[in-house]
Design a protein around this ligand. Structure first.
Ligand SMILES: [Zn+2]
Length: 510
């Protein structure tokens, strides 16, 4: 038996996966020699196989097969090199069935007359169409299901797939979902803080891990929880039981909007976004009055608060918040421990991948120079180069080494000092207990903001006065006995949950 080698690549075959004509020929020659096959003819053709009867050499090959002894096999790299249209495929199949082609050998398969001839079709051009139709049908099926109120995908956190295409409430996790929404609208937590808290409360992923803040964010934006399914930009009414009310969802959206707003303007006003209304729970905002004084007031987001008629002057707020430090005592040992811990965390954070990548690159370049320096010195010892040459080349390498070392130092410095200085200042601030209050008063506004944000949950304000503050951990551990506190401040550091606020909120909602 003799083999005809057929290779084809058209200008339409843009894919890099398709070998060039030469490579197809050499691949198949290699295969033939390893299988001990004799090649009688080689046809190479640069034509598309999408249209039938479009390839003169292919037609010539067919004629040869039809009229020949019938003792021929075909060698081609992939079956689609032979044909990509049903007419040409049909001709090949017919020849194969009649045993006028004894075998088709590709780089990974063998097709024999006894084989199911449909294989040729499915693996050729029709495979594409088949896959296209399939995905169209799947999409159509998904849409039908959505329109009927069913969810065709994996259930979000708080729900379960029942295995029969339905969605059930996950009794164990659904309460956490509601809690996440409630924590978020309280305004007391960042999404990161919610992720940490809810994990501590017991919500874990299937693998037992903490949900990432991005997952909490997605959850807070998923209308599924009040009954609406979103898919490819379309909304559908779901059959599943909601976990939260539409109103709770919308409040979370409002909060997200506010937080964005606060973030954008945070440097204008020190305490914006850090104080809330004791009456209605809304965030306080601020504006400049009469050109210079800054006043804080309730945004009255729920439209049922009279508190927005009273104002808190920023300078007064600073003084009131400075009193906070008289409520704290820090043992020096604890402060040092905290500092060390934060420093460690900082280091880990700073030494991120990018930094490592650049640093390793620099170290590699340094190593090359150092090796060269040693090599050069060996050459001098072996008297392979003159002393002058040694010095000239040595100077170049030394210069390169110096500048690389400098680059490395800059990189390392850039990576740490700012945050470290801040930490150091904080540490010293807390260490100097007596001076704490004064230092806070003298600090720059953005520093004041940073400190307050670090140690306190949102302060509650009523009638132009701060009425309630609560220390964040670990500062809550160092708060003095609340009974001895000043009379106008009510300390609530015992519980790390902002309980009162939530009660107030639900009282309002009912
Ligand atoms: Zn209010």
């Amino acid at each position: 038996m003799k083999y005809i080698l057929y290779a084809r690549k058209s200008s339409e075959d843009k894919s890099k996966q398709i070998l060039s004509l030469e490579s197809q020929v050499s691949e198949m020659k290699k295969l033939a020699s390893s299988l001990g096959l004799e090649i009688s003819q080689i046809y190479t053709e640069s034509k598309s196989a999408k249209l039938p009867n479009n390839r003169p050499l292919f037609l010539e090959m067919l004629k040869l097969l039809e009229n020949g002894t019938g003792d021929y096999g075909i060698l081609c790299w992939k079956i689609d090199r032979l044909s990509r249209n049903p007419i040409d495929s049909g001709k090949i199949q017919w020849l194969l069935q009649q045993s006028k082609i004894k075998v088709i050998q590709t780089s990974d398969k063998q097709y024999l007359p006894s084989d199911n001839v449909l294989l040729l079709n499915i693996e050729g051009s029709m495979a594409n169409q088949y896959i296209l139709d399939l995905s169209k049908n799947v999409k159509r099926g998904l849409r039908t299901k959505l329109e009927k109120g069913g969810w065709p995908c994996i259930a979000p956190i708080g729900y379960l797939n029942d295995g029969k295409g339905g969605i059930l409430i996950d009794k164990e996790r659904a309460p956490y979902v509601k809690q996440i929404f409630e924590m978020y609208i309280s305004g007391n937590y960042t999404i990161k803080e919610i992720a940490d808290k809810i994990y501590a409360y017991g919500l874990k992923s299937r693998g037992g891990n903490k949900y990432h803040k991005s997952q909490i964010y997605t959850l807070l934006n998923n209308k599924f929880y009040y009954g609406i399914m979103t898919s490819h930009g379309e909304e559908y009414q779901g059959n599943h039981e909601p976990i939260i009310s539409k109103r709770l969802f919308e409040e979370a959206q409002e909060m997200a909007h506010k937080k964005q707003h606060v973030k954008k303007n945070k440097l204008d006003f020190i305490f914006r976004g850090l104080m809330i209304c004791a009456r209605c729970g809304c965030l306080y905002t601020a504006s400049k009055k009469r050109g210079k004084h800054i006043y804080y007031y309730c945004t009255n987001g729920r439209n049922k608060c009279e508190e927005h008629k009273s104002y808190l002057k920023e300078t007064d707020a600073v003084k009131m918040l400075a009193d906070v430090f008289e409520r704290l005592t820090f043992p020096e040992e604890v402060i040092n421990l905290m500092y060390e811990a934060s420093l460690d965390k900082l280091k880990q954070k700073a030494e991120n991948e990018q930094y490592h990548k650049i640093k390793n690159e620099l170290l590699k370049r340094l190593k090359i120079r150092e090796d060269r320096q040693a090599e050069l010195f060996n050459l001098l010892l072996d008297k392979a180069i003159s002393k002058d040459d040694f010095e000239a080349k040595g100077k170049i390498i030394t210069d390169e080494l110096n500048s690389l070392n400098e680059e490395l130092k800059t990189l390392e410095n850039k990576n740490q000092p700012l945050a470290k200085t801040t930490l150091e200042q904080m540490k010293n601030l807390f260490l100097a207990q007596q001076a704490l209050r004064n230092k806070f008063l003298k600090a720059k506004p953005n520093k004041q903001r940073e400190i307050i944000k670090n140690i306190l949950w949102n302060a509650e304000v009523m009638d132009g006065k701060i009425t309630n503050i609560k220390f964040k951990e670990p500062y809550s551990l160092f708060a003095k006995d609340p009974q001895k506190g000043s009379l106008d401040l009510m300390w609530a550091h015992k519980d790390s949950n902002p309980g009162p606020l939530r009660c107030k909120r639900s009282a309002l909602a009912s």
